[in-house]
Write a protein that binds this ligand. Structure first.
Ligand code: NAD
Length: 438
């Protein structure tokens, strides 16, 4: 796909009253959706439904800070589409959280669930805050007040949040507890199911913490051989050493791949001979970032992007690979662990340079897949072993990768467009069965 959206998609922007801005992340995402919807022949009413979220919820709530003052926080929950099942999507705590980005991430969840074959729709939420500047008590109070502010908008069979940037299993534990305590007693036995990514002791699934990284590695194992890359011995770099980046690095390291460069919010490091992933993981756990790690050389951002690798894995925030970064990059394949890490301009350069991009809605769908497994285990009061979880995850990921490859051949397009086409095919089938009320 090029930067120019198809004429039909432009007409839909006009029709729904959106002044298209190519820099706006939500507009970029919807362009991908609309172009794919057009390619697979979705009907007009199906396309306008996908062009806007079903619900956009914005809340403000006060929180008592450790210094005795109250601070007002802004939170969001966007519910994009629930044609396939309950809304599903993470909760982000970050100082740049804003409505359009949350809308974009919610729409991506709709596409991801459709692609990977889990019966959920798309949602996303967040609180505008810097969790690194909050004490654990403040973080807990922000979480509990946020849950109470959106209490009536979520539910175990309606909208099920999960962790995302800046939130983790501990936050999900507080989330579930608050929801359960504020639910009428006769319903509360099942109410912890309102959120996934919980600690294992309170109903979390084995294998959930590493699931997004594991799913990404499953996709690489499936797709790299066709691209002429052997995982054993390949070199890779990552942006972000949090949940997705850290787990991907550990799992690829275990398969014999070599991590040569990392960039995170604290700085960049590299080692041509390969970094010790175990030592780096311990270091990041202790110090919160890669800067200062003694087993590598400190480099600047430009040198990080220019580091020669077989596979480059962005696993931090959106829109980090722009035009300049795409020109710098020295890799054969980009595997998108983060959501929307590549700008349209960056995408075009990578395409022109013959760098293959494995798209985010495929690569990072492992998280929502194992979230679905957690939800099923909670609903049926069962517990699967980690091996069972990994095996079922692999089935979903391999099947999704095959669907993307087939769509690429069928619609003669790049892998990103193909991934959206495969997702839209599923939504089209569902809408054709369900119709539109009344
Ligand atoms: P995280 O909070 O665990 O880690 C985020 C990482 O990004 C950290 O290492 C941080 O240092 C780095 N980072 C932040 N700002 C940066 C900057 N300006 N430059 C370089 N690095 C920066 O988050 P996560 O859960 O690993 O999520 C990462 C991405 O993966 C996000 O796009 C998220 O939406 C996506 N994702 C996460 C999951 C999941 O299960 N956690 C699932 C699907 C997609």
């Amino acid at each position: 796909m090029t930067n120019e959206p198809h004429a039909e998609s432009l007409r839909i922007f006009e029709e729904i009253g959106v002044d298209r801005d190519p820099e706006n992340l939500y507009h970029q995402t919807i362009e991908h959706v609309l172009v794919a919807a057009e390619l697979v022949g979705m009907q007009h009413h199906q396309r306008i439904i996908l062009a806007q979220p079903m619900n956009e919820i914005m809340v403000h709530f006060p929180v008592l800070m450790d210094n005795g003052h109250h601070e007002l926080f802004k939170g969001y929950r966007v519910q994009h589409n629930n044609a396939l099942g309950p809304f599903k999507g993470g909760i982000r705590y970050h100082s740049h959280v804003n409505l359009d980005d949350v809308k974009s991430l919610a729409a991506l969840m709709t596409m991801k669930c459709a692609l990977v074959g889990v019966p959920f729709g798309g949602g996303k939420g967040g609180v505008k805050c810097n969790p690194r500047e909050l004490s654990p008590d403040e973080l807990q109070r922000v979480t509990r007040r946020f849950v109470s502010a959106i209490q009536n908008e979520i539910g175990p069979d309606y909208d099920i949040p999960a962790p995302d940037v800046g939130t983790d299993s501990r936050v999900m534990g507080w989330f579930a507890d608050t929801y359960a305590l504020t639910t009428p007693p006769h319903e509360s036995h099942d109410s912890m199911r309102v959120v996934t990514g919980k600690p294992v002791d309170i109903g979390g699934s084995l294998g959930r913490e590493k699931a997004t990284g594991q799913g990404l590695v499953d996709v690489l194992v499936e797709m790299l051989p066709e691209l002429g890359i052997d995982i054993e011995g390949m070199s890779f770099s990552v942006i972000g050493y949090g949940n997705v980046g850290g787990w991907t690095a550990r799992l690829l390291d275990a398969l014999g791949a070599k991590l040569v460069a990392v960039l995170d919010h604290t700085g960049a490091i590299a080692s041509e001979n390969g970094l010790s992933v175990r030592d780096l993981s311990d270091y990041v756990d202790e110090y919160g970032g890669v800067q200062g790690f003694s087993g590598a050389e400190a480099i600047d951002t430009e040198a990080f992007y220019k580091s020669p690798v077989d596979v480059f894995i962005p696993a931090a925030l959106e829109q980090m690979i722009g035009e300049q970064e795409a020109m710098w990059m020295n890799c054969r394949v980009v595997a998108e662990g983060a959501n929307a890490p590549t700008t349209p301009a960056g995408d075009l350069i990578l395409m022109q340079r013959g760098i293959e991009v494995l798209p985010a809605i495929l690569c990072n769908a492992g998280g929502v897949t194992v979230s679905y497994f957690e939800w099923v285990q909670n609903k049926t009061s069962t517990r699967w072993t980690e091996e069972e979880v990994d095996e079922r995850l692999n089935t979903h990921m391999v099947s999704a990768a095959k669907k993307v490859n087939q769509a690429r051949l069928m619609y003669e397009c790049d892998l990103r467009t193909a991934s959206f086409c495969a997702a839209c095919e599923q939504l089209k089938r569902v809408y054709e069965h369900r119709g539109v009320f009344p």
